[in-house]
Each structure stands twice: as structure tokens, then as C-alpha cells.
Ligand binder design. Structure first.
Ligand code: GSH
Length: 216
């Protein structure tokens, strides 16, 4: 398998954690997002939507969308499970994951903030304020979602083992810190982040651990 990746991409990061937890190896094909390589005709041939991740399978077929890729890996390589067996719990885990992947992340994406600053003429400070606003609102909702779901006081969002929800949460918390979001009041999420940081699968998936990582 070949993973089209960028070290700081939170969507790819989700997939990297899944691959590591399931002990799967993968060739890395870096796509430099800040240089705009995702918009090249060559990469659009891999993913017409011009975003990473894309996972090229050994037979040449390409999968896109991080959550679809993770669900594929889950079906092909079921252990360790990233989704609980109870259907209600599965739906709750997916909902928490989608809260981040659909309701927070797209509003913070590079092409969205580039449009804010370019076409709409906003300053960098205004773009950062936009990102912080949507991250704060979404992360507060995430924390309340896992509390309301009665997910318990486990080390992760839903119990003591990482699920699809945590695969989305951890990179989003990196983004939150990167853009200076105050995490006060989000202590449960900070504690989950600390629990994840202790696991080798999460450590190896982190932005700074990637071969294409750049000094910050
Ligand atoms: N819904 C997509 C989102 C993918 C996505 O937006 N990736 C970002 C990096 S985290 C990207 O490639 N952005 C490039 C750009 O905005 O130009 C997924 O989950 O795979």
C-alpha cells in the first residue's frame, strides 16, 4: 500500500494511527500541501478532490476520504477493533468522529483559510480567529457528546481503548494547540491526548515523527 501524505495533515494522521494500531506497513508518498502539490494534475489523477490522504492499494486502486480508508482497514484487518461491536455504541463513536471530520476540520482546512485571506481579503489574525472559533465550539461539543453518551471515565473517548473517535480527536488537538486555542474547560480531551501520547502507535503517527516533517 502507498499512502499519499503530508506530515502536518490531520486527515492523514488519522489514517497513520489506524495503520500503526493494526500493525500495517505502508510506503509514504509525500505531497507538499504548502507548495500546492495537491493541486497538480498528477495528484488530481490520484484524488480529483486535491486533498490528502489517498491510499493506493497493491492492485493500483485508490481510496480517498480518511474515514472511508479507516473503515476499509477496519473491515480488512479487524483487530484491534476501532469500532465497538454494539450498534448503538458504534453509531456514537462514528458521530463523535464525524463531529470532528465534518463539522470542525473542513472549516480550518488550508484551502478554506487561503480563500478567506486571498479572495475575501481577511488578515492572518482574522483567519486564526475564525479557526479558533470553530475549533472551540466543536471541541466543546465533542466533550459534551462523549459525556452525554455515558462513555464513562475511561482513558479514551469511549472506554480504555482508542476508537475511530480518538483517531480524529488527537490530530485536531494538535491543530488547536498549533493555532493557539485555549484548552481551558476541555480537560477531559487533554487527558485523552495524554493517554494517546503514551502509546507507540500514536507516537509514530505524530506530525513531528514523519520523514517529511519540517522544523517548526
Ligand atoms: N474529508 C477529507 C479531508 C481531507 C483534507 O482536507 N486534507 C487536507 C489536509 S488535513 C488537505 O489535503 N488540504 C489541502 C488543501 O486544503 O489544499 C478526509 O477526511 O480525507
Amino acid at each position: 500500500m502507498k499512502l499519499y501524505t503530508y506530515w502536518r495533515s490531520s486527515a492523514v494522521w488519522r489514517v497513520r494511527i489506524a495503520l500503526n494500531l493494526k500493525n500495517l506497513s505502508c510506503e509514504n508518498a509525500p505531497v507538499h500541501l504548502v507548495r500546492g502539490e495537491q493541486r497538480s494534475e498528477g495528484f488530481r489523477g490520484i484524488n480529483p478532490n486535491a486533498v490528502v490522504p489517498a491510499l493506493q492499494l497493491d492492485d493500483g486502486r485508490v481510496l480517498t476520504q480518511s474515514l472511508a480508508i479507516i473503515e476499509y482497514l477496519e473491515e480488512r484487518y479487524p483487530l484491534p477493533a476501532l469500532l465497538p461491536s454494539d450498534p448503538t455504541r458504534r453509531a456514537q463513536v462514528r458521530a463523535a468522529a464525524l463531529l470532528i471530520a465534518c463539522d470542525i476540520h473542513p472549516l480550518n482546512n488550508l484551502r478554506v483559510t487561503e480563500y478567506l485571506k486571498g479572495r475575501l481579503g481577511h488578515s492572518q489574525d482574522e483567519a486564526v480567529s475564525w479557526m479558533q472559533h470553530w475549533m472551540r465550539a466543536g471541541l466543546e461539543a465533542y466533550q459534551r457528546t462523549i459525556e452525554d453518551a455515558g462513555a464513562g471515565a475511561g482513558r479514551f473517548s469511549f472506554g480504555d481503548a482508542p476508537t475511530l473517535a480518538d483517531l480524529c480527536l488527537i490530530p485536531q488537538l494538535y491543530n488547536a494547540r498549533r493555532w493557539g486555542l485555549d484548552l481551558a474547560g476541555l480537560e477531559r480531551l487533554v487527558a485523552i491526548d495524554a493517554a494517546a501520547a503514551a502509546l507507540p502507535a500514536f507516537q509514530a503517527a505524530a506530525a513531528a515523527a514523519q520523514p517529511d516533517a519540517e522544523p517548526v
